[in-house]
Write a protein that binds this ligand. Structure first.
Ligand code: KIV
Length: 280
């Protein structure tokens, strides 16, 4: 019985068909959860796509996990486009969203449109993602007017870390929660494809998901939303010293890599590598 229900739900999307913005809406309507992960390079993007991930986010978290910055602020539009192109060369099925980096869309809506057009033209991605609600409404409208799908991002918005001063859970108070609900509704009204909710109380996130027709994808937002997103390097256990409560580690790749590299070093030093079969 349970497998029948799962099969019926999964029929919203044939596993091999290209995931589009329409697919995401259908998945929400059918109650099928959306699985989203970040990727920034060809090799990982290929593995994720072949594994059947629905959405790949070329997140500005590349600033952290690829470049070692403390915040996401330093990454440039050119660098996002470089990562986006690498991912797009690998992906056949997943929908690919690319983050508009800090400073590329907040200033004025024409600059926002220029940035979004560059991303779409130079990478071939399916849509862009940006952070904020009412304060970026003009930019969202302008980008959408060019036919570019937009994913919003509310709650903990890392590009505003200097305003927040901390990465703690957002919208725990009534005023901020009300504002978040209004912003989510606004993003839907403007025509956004989906909204990411980061690090907000689970009951608030579930309420927003219930209010909106567009999918709500959570990270640290509990199970009552329409899908989940994690940073790939966190869930694979590559990043270390970062253990928020919401993060489930599916692997300890850092340990595996350390072991492999140590064995290689030992083999080289002890003349165990290369052996007779590993030479010409
Ligand atoms: O940049 C990113 O990885 C993100 C996710 C955390 C949603 O925005």
């Amino acid at each position: 019985m349970q497998s029948f229900i799962l099969e019926t739900m999964y029929s919203a999307q044939k596993p091999s068909a290209k995931v589009t913005t329409q697919t995401l809406r259908k998945m929400k309507a059918a109650g099928e959860k959306i699985a989203m992960l970040t990727a920034y390079d060809y090799s990982f993007a290929k593995l994720l796509d072949e594994s059947g991930i629905d959405v790949i986010l070329v997140g500005d978290s590349a600033a952290n996990v690829m470049a070692g910055h403390v915040t996401t602020l330093p990454i440039s539009l050119d660098q996002m486009i470089y990562h986006g192109c690498s991912v797009m060369r690998a992906v056949k099925r997943a929908l690919v969203a690319i983050d508009l980096p800090f400073g590329s869309y907040q200033g004025d809506s024409r600059e926002a449109l220029r940035s979004a057009i560059r991303i779409m033209k130079e990478t071939g991605a399916d849509c862009v993602k940006l952070e904020g609600g009412r304060e970026v409404a003009e930019s969202v409208t302008k980008i959408l007017s060019a036919g570019i799908p937009v994913i919003g991002h509310l709650g903990l918005t890392p590009q505003s870390i200097n305003k927040f001063g901390t990465y703690v859970v957002r919208a725990t108070g009534q005023e901020e929660a009300d504002r978040l609900v209004e912003d989510a509704r606004l993003l839907e009204e403007l025509g956004c494809t989906a909204v990411v909710l980061e690090k907000v109380p689970a009951d608030l996130a579930a309420r927003v998901a219930g209010l909106l027709k567009i999918p709500v994808i959570g990270i640290g937002a509990g199970p009552g939303v329409d899908g989940q997103v994690l940073v790939l390097h966190d869930m694979l256990g590559i990043t270390q010293g970062f253990s928020p409560r919401f993060l489930r580690r599916y692997h300890n790749l850092a340990q595996e890599i350390n072991k492999s590299v140590s064995s290689y070093i030992e083999d080289v030093k002890s003349l165990n590598f290369p052996n007779a079969n590993e030479q010409y």
